[in-house]
Design a protein around this ligand. Structure first.
Ligand code: ASP
Length: 233
């Protein structure tokens, strides 16, 4: 039997797995080829691979959040140290927030979202390294949904994308990073939500999401009747 810690890697699509073809960039035909971008993972983890979706994240919707939440929840007692979810960057923070709320406050292991700004073929790019780093983060004593990207680990429901191209693509303006990725994973202490050994409380699983959401920015000319109009139309 393997001595290595076990991680469940859920693949959902995005640039991190894209391949170059004569017709441009395409999702991989066989998502399982994705693992080949980082063969060195074998050195420190045993990975169970779940090819759940193969989508650009701009096309993700609440039923995809539900699928991801269920994929984690169904495997919650399978003795994984943590979960890694490979995801497109454009809506990763929405999915991470959705899973944070779906899995609730009794979550007792890390669920680590990651993605990339470049496809794996770009040698100096971030696909391979972000995947390897996310798997390292998934072995840490974190009990929450996080985004591991570039040099940072952010709370999933506090992060947002800040750049389309730079490798430093995410930020968390209202909450400090949970960790800095250096030679080690430097968790900031006290760890806000740490894994507990005292047995697992059952996850309060709420995977259902309202679809009719409208985000309204507060601007000086916003007037109340606009809402009446939106509600009635
Ligand atoms: N459009 C892609 C996506 O969000 C971009 C990326 O992965 O960075 O799936």
């Amino acid at each position: 039997m393997s001595e290595k810690p076990r991680i469940c890697l859920i693949y959902t699509g995005g640039t991190i797995g894209m391949v170059e073809t004569s017709d441009g960039l395409r999702p991989p035909e066989k998502p399982s080829d994705f693992l080949k971008i980082a063969p060195e993972l074998e050195e420190f983890v045993e990975i169970d691979f779940v090819p759940l979706l193969n989508k650009d994240s701009t096309n993700m919707n609440p039923s995809d959040w539900e699928k991801m939440a269920r994929a984690v929840h169904e495997r919650r007692n399978d003795r994984y140290e943590g979960f890694v979810i490979a995801h497109g960057t454009d809506t990763m923070h929405f999915s991470a927030s959705a899973l944070a709320f779906a899995l609730g406050r009794n979550l007792n292991f890390p669920v680590v979202f990651t993605g990339a700004q470049t496809i794996p073929k770009v040698l100096h790019g971030d696909a391979r390294i972000n995947l390897v780093r996310a798997c390292r983060v998934a072995l840490e004593s974190l009990a929450e949904v996080v985004i591991s990207f570039g040099d940072f680990v952010f709370r999933g429901c506090r992060a947002q994308k800040k750049d389309e191209r730079k490798f430093d693509a995410f930020e968390s303006p209202a909450f400090p990073p949970l960790a800095y990725i250096t030679e080690t994973i430097d968790l900031q202490r006290p760890i806000p939500r740490e894994k507990k050994d005292d047995g697992r409380k059952e996850i309060e699983f709420r995977p259902h999401f309202e679809k009719g959401i409208l985000q309204v920015a507060l601007i000086p000319i916003l007037f109340g009747m606009i809402f009446a109009y939106i509600i009635l139309v």
